[in-house]
Write a protein that binds this ligand. Structure first.
Ligand SMILES: Cc1cc2c(cc1C)N(C[C@H](O)[C@H](O)[C@H](O)COP(=O)(O)O)c1[nH]c(=O)[nH]c(=O)c1N2
Length: 235
């Protein structure tokens, strides 16, 4: 007899649902609050498993997770960040540039663990279910893994900070990643002294959170009529 293909315990209780939303809303990008405390392998294993269970185009699972603990490697990544960040600062004008220079935008050396998420675009051959007309879907799949990792880490009270102010080539070089592999994210991972209530860029006055109702639209000409009850829910 075939095993039952349906999920056991498929329903979320209200408390479980609330935990998921708590995790989503309390997740933060962590830069400056990392503690040196090691992350137990059991915890790191659960976080990586959550990342590996992300959706992926054609079930391609194009990702690899490179766990970085070597301080020398971290310093190389930090050096690459510093080069890129100096260039980045020059791209902003006036006051904005001054504010940019004051932002803390990475915790590469302080975080006990770095995780580089990569995408092997050839993993399952040239033709992939769902990637036939949108070639970038494998990259997006790897980003889904990043988000799973980020949320799972938050549920483990572990902070994650994404550092993208890096040239891909420099990151590959620091981690010994072959040119055929696309780097997706360098993540700083570790326990933290605290999680901020709001995004640091919001607190620094860089940008506010956009009201939800400004980004939700209904009919095909972007109208907002006929959906008053939903609009009320959007605040
Ligand atoms: C693709 C991508 C790339 C980056 C980021 C995020 C994402 C999604 N973020 C974090 C980003 O600044 C942060 O998510 C927003 O400011 C919102 O804050 P919370 O994540 O809600 O705390 C980020 N932060 C940072 O300090 N340095 C960085 O290089 C990056 N790069």
């Amino acid at each position: 007899m075939e095993a039952n293909p349906y999920q056991a315990d498929a329903e979320f209780t209200a408390a479980e649902r609330d935990s998921v939303y708590k995790c989503i809303f309390k997740r933060r990008d962590v830069r400056g609050q990392f503690l040196p405390d090691p992350i137990p392998d059991e915890v790191l294993g659960r976080i990586l498993k959550a990342a590996h269970h992300a959706p992926s185009v054609g079930f391609m699972q194009p990702w690899d997770f490179i766990v970085v603990r070597d301080p020398m490697v971290k310093r190389k990544v930090r050096d690459a960040f510093q080069t890129a960040n100096t260039e980045a600062a020059d791209m902003f004008e006036g006051d904005r540039q001054e504010t940019y220079r004051r932002l803390k935008l990475e915790g590469i050396v302080e975080a006990p663990v770095g995780i580089c998420v990569t995408c092997d675009r050839e993993r399952t051959g040239p033709v992939v279910v769902g990637r036939t007309h949108q070639r970038e879907m494998d990259l997006y799949s790897a980003v889904c893994a990043v988000q799973n990792l980020w949320l799972a880490a938050r549920a483990e009270n572990v902070g994650v900070g994404w550092v993208s102010i890096l040239r891909h080539a420099d990151l590959r070089e620091a981690l010994g990643i072959p040119a055929s592999i696309q780097t997706i994210a360098y993540l700083c991972v570790g326990y933290v002294s605290h999680f901020f209530q709001n995004p640091e860029l919001e607190a620094a006055g860089w940008l506010p959170r956009t009201p939800l109702r400004d980004v939700v639209w209904f009919d095909r000409w972007h109208g907002r009529t006929g959906e008053e009850t939903l609009l009320q829910q959007l605040g």
